[in-house]
Design a protein around this ligand. Structure first.
Ligand code: SF4
Ligand code: SF4
Length: 594
């Protein structure tokens, strides 16, 4: 069996026939004392001198040296990406074949492997004039703000990085700016990065200011800025933008959000939910979820919601989250919080943007009773506090935390206290009326002869719908509350009429959800929405997301929905995302919804 090397050295060649053999020999001499297995990958970026002859000769003499030629000469970035893709080692080191760097510095870089994930060399920078000094300072200010990290020499060809970075970070740059891209995305993804001084044959002249601005501008177009910058303002602008974006999806039929059910398991036994009584079904592994992210991004998706049953049941949640952050998409998690303490550090390090904590009441008496377990309220709160503390200790941005309460007959009396509790914890609160429908609705919601509505929302032994008096009392008590008035989602509850709430109906006119959200279940099937989860467009084992989204099966379904909605749609649990501009206006003014 082939031994996996500890270190893969990628040597980039561009017309370096004169120096290549001596560079390889110096590296082999250095690593001879290293005592761990390594291999060398020579990547020739379409050289027109004798580099190919030298490279092939070197490869034919030693089994741990490979030669690969890019015939068309794709550029420095493409050569780096090719070399990294060919590398098998746990660590990958990139260097140049032009002899400008000293192989003895490899040892310097290897010293940091215990504490860092990426070690970049930093060549001596020549500062000739005052202007050089000024532009270096200005560059640092810009890059420091942009990257959250002051980079001295992002274009240094000597860089050592973990294989995990190579596998998880998608790189697109073909040119010399690949160093910037790699550093930026690694930092954004929460990898630990350090620069260390290395020897260079000649001190380099700092890059020009214009060049720097161009690089930053280009990176900014493909990746969002780090969240620390103007976080609050972006959040407020985001609500309006989010709504307009969803409306645009209705016209363009291009999704913007994805709801991924990454787990079919749950650690609670809620009285209103049958998930925990069902046999555990297979779940797709992390590679599947990471694998579909690029397709989702290409389709236009920029926000990912990880749901379950309970997403924190997955031990590889950090890997999935990190892959989302790396691609510049916003990541949210909807959780019952039972495993939050366990996963808090992982979530922070992976760059979680938003955590929605499902709480049924402001104290354990209400919450634990509905969740079917003692002490779960305290455990969830402890998890939230740990998340906050760890964010402070590690000096990383805290994800936005939101409490989500489903209002039902079982907790309606505790809603005013829940609002007070959210205020004290300085956390936003969204209230949503419980969604339940009679059994007949399941039987009548048919498409192509099949029953497609989820039985999860069917009224069984436990009827959770509120009475007329309870609804009137709730509206009276919370109607003037400032927290509710400033939260559009919760205000929808006030605009739903008694007639709606008593039977659990909501006035959904056109369905926007099926246009703006891609929903994927734990087995990898794409389906329309949570209410109609028994219908699948296609399995992603058979088709790509793009093909499913633009395929006939989905298009027919959406057309059918436009003409004739299903009985289950009258009880839609996604109604908050389905409001028309007219309905939003009514909610803002405080008029009943029609
Ligand atoms: S409602 Fe949520 S937390 Fe409760 S059992 Fe169902 S999936 Fe789990
Ligand atoms: S249940 Fe709601 S989200 Fe699903 S198709 Fe009907 S209106 Fe759309």
């Amino acid at each position: 069996m082939k031994e996996i090397p500890y270190l893969s050295i990628v040597i980039l060649i561009k017309n370096n026939a004169q120096t290549l053999a001596s560079v390889v020999s110096d590296i082999r001499r250095e690593l001879g004392r290293f005592g761990r297995p390594y291999d060398i990958i020579l990547v020739d970026d379409g050289s027109i001198d004798d580099s190919e002859i030298v490279g092939r000769r070197l490869a034919s003499r030693a089994s741990h040296i490979k030669y690969h030629r890019i015939d068309s000469g794709g550029g420095y970035g493409k050569a780096v990406r090719t070399g990294m893709a060919l590398a098998d080692g746990s660590w990958v080191l990139c260097t140049a074949a032009d002899g400008s760097l000293d192989p003895r510095d490899i040892k310097e870089l290897l010293k940091y492997t215990q504490s860092y994930d990426l070690v970049s060399g930093c060549r001596t920078v020549r500062q000739v004039t005052g202007y050089d000094k000024f532009q270096r300072w200005f560059r640092h200010v810009l890059l420091g703000r942009r990257f959250g990290f002051v980079l001295q020499d992002a274009r240094c060809a000597m860089m050592l990085l973990k294989r995990e970075i190579v596998q998880e970070i998608p790189l697109g740059c073909d040119g010399a700016n690949i160093g910037y891209e790699l550093l930026y995305r690694s930092i954004r993804a929460g990898f630990r990065v350090i620069e260390t001084p290395i020897w260079a044959r000649e001190p380099i002249v700092p890059e020009s200011l214009i060049q720097c601005i161009r690089v930053i501008w280009a990176l900014g177009k493909t990746s969002p800025p780090i969240r620390k910058i103007q976080f609050k303002r972006r959040k407020r602008m985001g609500r309006i933008r989010r709504y307009l974006r969803r409306q645009w999806c209705l016209v363009s039929d291009r999704p913007w959000e994805a709801s991924l059910d990454i787990s079919s398991r749950c650690d609670m036994q809620c009285i209103s939910c049958g998930v925990w009584t069902e046999p555990i079904r297979n779940e797709r592994d992390a590679s599947f979820w990471v694998g579909i992210l690029d397709d989702l991004y290409r389709l236009g998706v920029r926000r990912i919601l990880l749901i379950g049953a309970e997403p924190l049941m997955r031990e590889d949640i950090g890997r999935i989250l990190r892959a989302i952050s790396i691609r510049g998409m916003a990541a949210s998690i909807f959780t019952n919080g039972f495993r939050l303490s366990l996963r808090a550090v992982e979530l922070l390090e992976a760059g979680l943007d938003r955590l929605v904590l499902s709480l049924d009441g402001p104290e354990s008496g209400v919450h634990d009773g509905l969740r079917g377990g003692g002490g779960v309220f305290e455990v969830a709160l402890e998890g939230m506090r740990k998340l906050r503390n760890e964010a402070m200790i590690r000096n990383v941005p805290l994800p936005e935390i939101v409490f989500h309460t489903t209002v039902s007959v079982a907790n309606v009396h505790a809603i005013p206290e829940m609002i007070q509790f959210a205020k004290e914890e300085k956390v936003a609160l969204t209230l949503q009326a419980v969604c339940q429908f009679p059994k007949a609705v399941v039987e009548q919601s048919r498409y192509e002869g099949e029953m497609i509505a989820s039985r999860q929302y069917m009224i069984t032994d436990v009827d959770l719908l509120m009475s007329k008096e309870q609804i009137a009392g709730l509206k009276r008590k919370i109607g003037r509350n400032s927290l509710i008035r400033h939260n559009l989602s919760s205000r929808v509850l006030l605009s739903l009429t008694e007639d709606h709430l008593i039977v659990g109906k909501v006035p959904v006119i056109p369905c926007g959800h099926v246009h703006h959200t891609v929903s994927v279940n734990p087995q990898g099937d794409v389906y329309p929405c949570g209410m109609l989860s028994n219908y699948h467009y296609w399995s992603l084992s058979k088709r790509s997301i793009g093909d499913v989204w633009n395929g006939d099966r989905r298009k027919h379904f959406v057309r059918h929905l436009k003409r004739d909605s299903f009985p289950a749609c009258d009880y839609c649990c996604h109604y908050l995302n389905n409001l028309t501009p007219g309905q939003v206006l009514r909610v803002i003014i405080g008029l009943p919804l029609k």
